[in-house]
Design a protein around this ligand. Structure first.
Ligand SMILES: [Zn+2]
Length: 270
């Protein structure tokens, strides 16, 4: 099996990495399913690349095999994941075109396998871990995103709370109002449970939100997938630059709390 320490999970609009070279496509078989992963050299480092929705955006948010994606990366040796998330803004201060580092989430999904520890007690030897989620995204890699933005002269705002909705439909006016009241900044359909699974796999994980539109009811008019895709197209060069800088700035061997996140997470029998 390959040994790759760093990975990118590309969300909506990030289906390719220009300049990605020496690409090798591998099919990683996990207990949750098989995942195609591209491995190659980008920004001077060996990386693994997965497109969350598939290269043709054919996998709906609730149907993404999150567990297989993270497990496959873990099996390849990945210890750092950078991901992108196309988001709608529920915060009037975050206009379309803004980049935000996700630091917290609110989960409103309904139908996802959100843990590697979904055991029912029928199998011998299965042990449930309860991981800490106080700060669900890796602080070390989140800071790298900020530095990567500064390096590129692109404003990257820190500290966004991401609201994960089930999708694929967009939110109602009332839902957006609720999210704002609860302290949410941006809404999307796919960031959860990637960060939880990464934490359970002891992988550092950070995510950058790309604000492509205002969420429902913040401005007049309807939310439209064409508008979202067009905004992503416009922001693609900057997304790519931030990711390239982040890869360059990453010390892949640096220790981090996330890499020991399962320590002390199991209830010991008395
Ligand atoms: Zn970390």
């Amino acid at each position: 099996m390959e040994n790759v320490k760093i990975a990118i999970i590309g969300g909506t609009g990030v289906y390719r990495l220009p300049g990605f070279k020496e690409i090798q496509q591998v099919l990683v078989e996990t207990e949750f399913g098989s995942i195609p992963v591209k491995i190659g050299i980008w920004s001077g480092k060996k990386i693994a690349f997965i497109t969350r929705h598939g290269e043709k955006h054919s996998i709906a948010p609730g149907c993404i095999n999150y567990r297989a994606n993270i497990k496959a990366l873990s099996m390849l040796g990945v210890k750092q994941i950078y991901s992108t998330a196309c988001v709608g803004s529920v915060n009037p201060d975050y206009k379309p075109g803004t980049f935000v580092v996700l630091r917290q989430f609110l989960d409103f999904t309904k139908n996802r396998k959100s843990s590697f520890f979904l055991f029912d007690g029928t199998q011998e030897g299965e042990v449930i871990s309860h991981v800490d989620m106080t700060d669900p995204y890796c602080d070390r890699l989140s800071k790298v995103f900020i530095e990567a933005g500064e390096m590129a002269g692109i404003d990257v705002k820190d500290g966004a709370t991401y609201c994960c909705m089930e999708g694929p439909r967009y939110e109602t006016r009332a839902e957006v109002k609720m999210l704002r009241m609860l302290g949410g900044d941006v809404a999307g359909h796919t960031s959860f449970p990637e960060q939880v699974l990464a934490r359970e796999a002891e992988i550092c994980y950070a995510s950058i939100g790309i604000v492509s539109s205002m969420a429902a009811g913040i401005e007049e008019g309807h939310v439209n997938a064409g508008v979202v895709e067009a905004a992503m197209e416009k922001m693609f060069d900057n997304v790519q630059q931030i990711l390239m800088n982040a890869i360059e700035l990453t010390d892949v061997d640096e220790d981090c709390w996330c890499k020991h996140s399962l320590d002390g997470t199991v209830h010991q029998k008395s």
